[in-house]
Every structure is written in structure tokens, then in C-alpha cells.
Design a protein around this ligand. Sequence first.
Ligand code: C5P
Length: 205
Amino acid sequence: MIIAVDGPAASGKGTIARALALHYALPHLDTGLLYRAVAITVLRADGDPADPADALAACAFDDLLLGDPELRSEKAGAAASVVSAHPAVRAALVDRQRRFAGQPSGAILDGRDIGTVIAPEAAAKLFVTADPQVRATRRHAELAGRGASPGLDAVLADIRARDERDSARAAAPLRMADDAVLIDTTDLNVAEAVAAAIAAVEAKR
Ligand code: C5P
């Protein structure tokens, strides 16, 4: 069984995907980390995330980087949203994601284009969203917990800018698949969101 979990930044899709991975004992890939690794590789080489050649060269990043805490920073997220708009970058990361999805055990992938581009054959597709203000508040608390928080206004502005870039780009824009189930986590706590996700998956299999 392949489960695709897509949605905008700080919607709760990562939390839901991790909980589903435990519940169904499936391997999980957070595909945002791949784009974040490309972004950090560009920045560390003093490259420009908006330059397609710089971004493509960074797709050969070292896998050890995937565990680096700097990938979770707002800076990495913002630059990831810039490098991910280059079609060549998306193409360079497709095989790796499809191989993960194609494991005999099945898999859970979360990102922006899993249900639409990477695994359109997924048995269950969830599109997780929430009000931008609520997403900003969550991300702000998460960053503060790690001792590194810009102000709430800055986090909200970053989330809005990322939503706009991820939705407006030509290559694999953030879009709900026609056969996805919408989970709006604005008024849900984690347990409620996970229960809604499990119910949606059960209804599909
Ligand atoms: O999900 P996360 O916030 O870690 O993703 C960082 C950025 O990577 C997103 O803003 C988006 O631009 C890009 N991304 C993408 N496609 C994916 C996963 C992430 O374009 N499947």
C-alpha cells in the first residue's frame, strides 16, 4: 500500500505521515527533506538557489546531510521552495522518490506532489491543510521550542510566500489530487487529525 500525504507548510502533514507510518508499520519518506538538502548544499557552496545550474549541481548532495538539524530551519525551507521550482531539480529527485514508493512493503511519502506526480497510483491520498494563521502559530511554537524563532509575523509572511511559490510554479505545483481526501487540521488536535487520517485510509483500502 502506498499512502500519499500532501499539503502546504506546517499543515500537520509530517506529523500525520509519521503517525500513519507507525500505525501501518510502513517506511516513511519526508520528501521536503530532499529539497531542503539541495537548498542547504547550494547555500553552503555560496551558490544562488534561484540559479538553475547551482541548484541542479546540488542535487548530488551527500545523504549524510539528511540528518542535519539545519535542514529544519526556516532559511532551509524558504530556499527549498526556491530550488524546488526548477524543473531539472524536480526531475533529478523523481527516481529516488519513486524507488522508495515502489518498495514491496509499500510506503508513505509526504510532500507537495506525491499524489499528483510521484505516486499517482497511491491507494490512499490525503491532502492536509489548515488556516495560514494557525500554521504560522504552530511553526512559530516549534521554532521557539528549538530556541530559534523569528517573530510570528515573520513566520506568517514566510508561510504565505511559500504557499504562493509552491502553488504558482509551473513544475508540479502544490495541488490536491482529484481523488485525494481533504483533511483540514485548523480545529483539530494531533490525535483528532491522526484519527481522521486513519479513517480516510481505511475507507480507501
Ligand atoms: O515540506 P517542507 O516544508 O519540508 O518542504 C520544503 C519545500 O520543498 C516546500 O516549500 C516545497 O517548495 C518543496 N517541496 C516540493 N515538493 C515536495 C516536497 C517539498 O516542492 N514533494
